[in-house]
Ligand binder design. Sequence first.
Ligand SMILES: Cc1ncc(COP(=O)(O)O)c(C=O)c1O
Length: 423
Amino acid sequence: MRLDRDHARALDAADALHAWRDRFVLPHDDAGRELVYLCGHSLGAQPAIAADYVEEIMRDWRRLGVDGFFEGRHRWLDYHERALPALAALVGAQPQEVTVMNSLTVNLHLLLASFYRPAGTRTALLIERSAFPSDRYAAESQVRFHGLDPARDLIEIAPRAGEHCLRTEDILAAIERDGPRIATILLPGVQYLTGQRLDVRSVTEAGRRAGCTVGWDLAHAVGNVPLELHDDGVDFAVWCHYKFVNGGPGAAGGAFVHARHAARPDLPRLAGWWGHDKATRFRMGPVFEPIPGADGWQVSTPSLLALAPVVASLEHFAAVGLPALRAKSTRLTRYMESLIDARLAGRVTVLTPRAPDQRGAALSLRLERERDAARAAFEGLLGRGIVPDWREPGIVRAAPVPFYNTYEDAWRLVDALHSELGA
Ligand SMILES: Cc1ncc(COP(=O)(O)O)c(C=O)c1O
């Protein structure tokens, strides 16, 4: 493989999605120079049209006041429904299986309230030991909420000693072993620290065979890797839209509830008026009649300002389609990995699985230096206008995002690391 910058530029020139970069406003430095922004796994870049979508809400608010809920080009009463077809396509769902509401951890609690129902000897919640802290706090507090003891009823699975990633066979073995006492399984579609993509189908099938409900945190998966939540039989899933979906800081989150649970009166939920049948919501009746499907889990009036950029961004996803994005993403990440192997061997270890189907766009790179030297190298990257992120004790995460990153961005990251890490 050619390692020179001209080759990266040639790959960009041949990239059919290259022009999409111009539809994003990329972060820049004080002098106005565009940064090499590789943090789409944390906060995606801003779609240029997002500001217009937000401004439309502001304008309707000025013009219509409260009537904006029922009038205007895009009335607020069902504004979020504009997002659902594109979102359903992204996660492999029927439109009524998905909704946009709240934010991730809140949605996790709402869906655990319905799907984590410890009873009899089936009381445990299975998570991974390296779960994102908020998921862990949510899971542990749910166990306690039911009067149970996390020391017994929070089961954690971990990679094998000396390994970074979970093995599917180990997850399946844990389900086989502890299945009768597991009420619910909660795992990430893509693990936040290592970038590992888990096998949603195999784990979900095994969990359901064992009599558990199975839910997924798709924060790092949605808009990044293909998902087939309906066909995989997933019970519920939650995610945010501020990473690969580019919906902006604090964007309204997403949730999936499988169609088989769409109208189950036996399923308890934490209800609010926004989940009530739209046709009769404003009659203000005392009896809760949920909208069938995921929308029935809505609770509160949505923040329209947190919804508008999500709707804007999903229009880009609908226009390009995830298959084309994923195809570029796979090539771009492999290119970055090959440069790392060729130029940084021994100085950087790739913690993310090597197989493209076991990861998304992001690579997690351990800098093989003692902690302070690794941190100095990371600061050096920032000084050069290259923006990955840092996780203690020495992991740099970088995601070349197919919508707006280039082969040259990947080249510049590796070249800068080469300079910063010394011989
Ligand atoms: C995997 C994962 N879970 C949960 C969260 C928490 O999301 P929120 O703050 O939107 O609840 C994040 C945030 O980055 C995350 O990456």
